[in-house]
Structure formats: C-alpha cells, structure tokens
Design a protein around this ligand. Structure first.
Ligand SMILES: NC(=O)c1ccc[n+]([C@@H]2O[C@H](COP(=O)([O-])OP(=O)(O)OC[C@H]3O[C@@H](n4cnc5c(N)ncnc54)[C@H](O)[C@@H]3O)[C@@H](O)[C@H]2O)c1
Length: 373
C-alpha cells in the first residue's frame, strides 16, 4: 500500500493505493475524526461485487452501516436520485459527523459527493472508486455534481473527500470497454504533464489492457500524483487546473451530439485528445511526430479517434458555446506544445477549428475512396 497525499491545507487528504486493500477501509478510517454512523452509497452492480467486503471491514472497525443504492448509469446522476439519498440519510440518522462513502465509478462518486456536500451543509465524504476512470480522475480533486436535463454536471460544487481508497484489484471485474475508457484520462496525464509517463504507457499498453496488477498500480499512482499536483496548485479551476480539460472540449461535444449514448465519457475523451493534438499540429504548436505518437497510443488503447461522420464541423463548433469552459463566447483550448506540456490557448478563432475539422474529414473521405480501388 502507498499513500499519496493531496495537500490542500485544512482540506488535505490521503489517497490509499494498492492491490487488495479494500478490506482495510475501516482501519484506514480510524484516523479520521468522524462519527460511527456511516452511509455507503453504491449501485446494484458494485454492491453485488464488493459491498460485503466494505460492510465487514466497517463493522470490524466499529461502524454502524446503512447502504443506499442508486441506479446503474449516467441517467441516474440527477437531483431526483440525490433527493432519495437525502431521504435515506434522514431516515438513517446521518448527522454532521457521519461519513458518506461512495463505492462505485464516477457516477456514484459524483452523486454521493454532491449529497455529502449539501446534506446538512456538508458531511464527511469518502471515495472508494471502483472504475479506472474514477481511480485516476473523478475521485480526486473534489468536483462533485449531478446532471441537469440541459447539460451534464451543471449542478455541482467543489467538495474535497476526507480519504480516497483506490484498490486496483477491483478493476479485474471491470468490463474491458470501461477499462479502455479509463485509459483515455491516463493518456491525458502523459500528454499534459510527463513525457516519461507517456513513453512508459507506450510500452505497457498490452499489460494494462490485460489488467496486469503492477502496471495498473503504477498507472493509478502516477495519475493520482499528477492530478494531486495540479489540484494543489489550483483547487477551484481559476487557472492551471484547466489543463486537465485537454481533450474534453471536443470530447464533450461528441458526447452531447451523440446523446451520451454512443460513447462512454472516456471514449469521447479519446477522440478529443486526438483532435486537439491535430489542431495543435495544424497551428504549428506541436510537431507532427508527437501528434502521431498521441494518435497511435489512443488507438493502441482500443479507443476511437475520429469524430463520427454524421457530425458536421459546424455542429461540433456550435457545441463549444454551451460548454461550461467557454466564458463570454471566447473559445479556450488546451493544446499540447510537446508531449508532457500543454498550453491554455484563449480566443481561438472559430474558422481555424472549422478548417481543421473539414480538412480531417476530407482526408478521411479521400483515404476511404482510395481504399475502394
Ligand atoms: N468529478 C470529476 O472530476 C469527474 C471526472 C471525470 C468524469 N466524471 C464523471 O464520471 C462519470 C463516469 O464515470 P465512470 O466511467 O466510472 O462510469 P460509471 O460510474 O457509469 O461506471 C461504469 C460501469 O462500470 C460498472 N462498474 C463500476 N465498477 C465496477 C467494477 N469494479 N467491476 C465491474 N463493474 C464495475 C458500473 O456499474 C457501470 O456500469 C461521468 O458521470 C463523468 O461526468 C467526473
């Protein structure tokens, strides 16, 4: 087991990482000044797989546990679900000292975190992420939210957990598609922060896709360290933290335009990483060889890299104006200058993006045409 610390003054917290550590949850919580009444929030899939281990560990450490279940899927990340959890918290006597524990992927983590942040103006929150995406990204950094019918993550706050426990052995039961989706965020860390990590990923993709424990452990630790570094510098996205959005502006557009059904979040981010790299290359920021390395790694991780043909460049660009990151109609992009370093580019002119999207589309159609002969 290794602890990674997120240093945020009074809101600092440890991330416990390793394989086979879920059964120690109750023990790790002993150092926290929290009450003995605990609300565990999970979904039916994860409850069936891992809730017993959590309940036994908490009972052994003297906690009294209530388990609350939410539906499995993005469509349950809503205020209605939050309301049913407030009812359960009330009925089970949750008070200001009682921890809420999220046991699940990003959907459970975001929803349970939102409930913890708002019930009684905030109760202690603990993240036990069970997907790769949640272990490397959503459980760390304190963004919690539910969706609004008009947009994803529209209703939310920054609320840091008191403790995160990321047990990579839980990833063995993850559907392969979900594992691949998590890798998109991992590749993102390589591009925005560390060429050494990116190069290591290039050599280990096969092991990661095969769920090899040591490789996954390194991925989770390195990703959490990078995310912790960024969040420590800028907790509430006033500046540097925006670099974590590399790939996400194009990704969110693809997700929104396909009704959040065709792609997982990670798959859409995979497309976004590639398209943003191509934009950087077309603007002369990124060397062609680095762009090719990013495209190849995304492909090797089994992620899509092209915007679906039925989405027009105008549709994509139209979406940017509804993106939370677009302020005052100014288009801001996170673009790599080389692998391991990105820049925040503000006020990018719309026609530059349209040109790139049209050129890529033309190129793909040309390639297809050639393939027919
Ligand atoms: N808060 C943040 O900073 C942040 C960052 C990125 C993404 N997100 C949010 O995260 C959500 C996506 O999270 P996700 O990709 O974890 O999806 P998810 O929570 O929907 O989980 C994916 C699927 O895997 C199943 N599952 C979870 N753990 C499992 C396990 N160990 N074994 C088998 N099955 C398991 C789940 O039941 C679900 O069906 C989105 O709502 C996104 O907006 C939040």
């Amino acid at each position: 087991m290794e602890i990674i610390k997120v240093n945020l003054g009074a809101r600092s917290y440890p991330i416990y990482t390793g394989a086979g550590i879920l059964q120690n949850l109750g023990g790790y919580m002993r150092d926290l000044p929290v009450g003995k009444n605990v609300l565990v929030i999970t979904n039916p899939t994860v409850r069936h797989l891992y809730c017993r281990i959590v309940e036994e560990s908490l009972a052994e450490a003297g906690y009294c546990v209530t388990v609350g279940e939410i539906g499995d899927g993005e469509e349950f990340k809503t205020l209605n679900t939050a309301k049913s959890l407030y009812d359960l918290a009330f009925d089970s006597g949750i008070d200001r000292s009682s921890p809420v524990i999220a046991l699940g992927g990003g959907v459970v983590g975001d929803t349970a975190g939102f409930v913890a942040a708002t019930y009684l103006r905030g109760v202690p929150f603990i993240q036990v992420p069970t997907t790769l995406l949640a272990q490397v990204d959503s459980s760390v950094g304190g963004k919690v939210a539910v969706n609004h019918p008009r947009g994803k993550n529209i209703i939310g706050v920054f609320y840091q957990p008191r403790l995160v426990l990321a047990d990579v052995s839980l990833l063995k039961t993850l559907p392969p598609r979900e594992l691949r989706s998590g890798l998109a965020e991992v590749i993102k860390y390589g591009v925005i922060w560390s060429e050494e990590f990116f190069t290591w990923l290039e050599g280990k993709t096969g092991l990661l896709l095969a769920c090899e424990t040591d490789a996954l452990t390194r991925v989770v630790r390195e990703s959490c360290r990078i995310k912790a570094n960024v969040v420590e510098e800028d907790e509430t996205e006033g500046g540097l933290r925006a670099i974590l959005n590399y790939g996400h502006t194009f990704g969110h557009a693809v997700e929104a335009l396909t009704g959040y059904k065709k792609y997982t979040h990670g798959e859409a981010v995979g497309i976004g990483l590639v398209v943003a790299a191509r934009l950087a290359e077309s603007l002369g920021f990124l060397a062609a060889a680095d762009c090719t390395r990013i495209e190849s790694l995304v492909s090797r991780a089994g992620l899509p890299r092209e915007i679906p043909e039925n989405l027009t460049p105008k549709d994509i660009v139209g979406c940017f104006y509804h993106d939370k990151k677009t302020v005052g109609g100014r288009l801001t992009f996170i673009l790599p200058g080389r692998i391991g370093k990105v820049d925040i580019i503000r006020d990018l002119e719309e026609h530059l993006i349209l040109d790139l999207l049209r050129k890529t589309r033309g190129q793909l159609e040309e390639d297809k045409g050639m393939g027919q002969f």
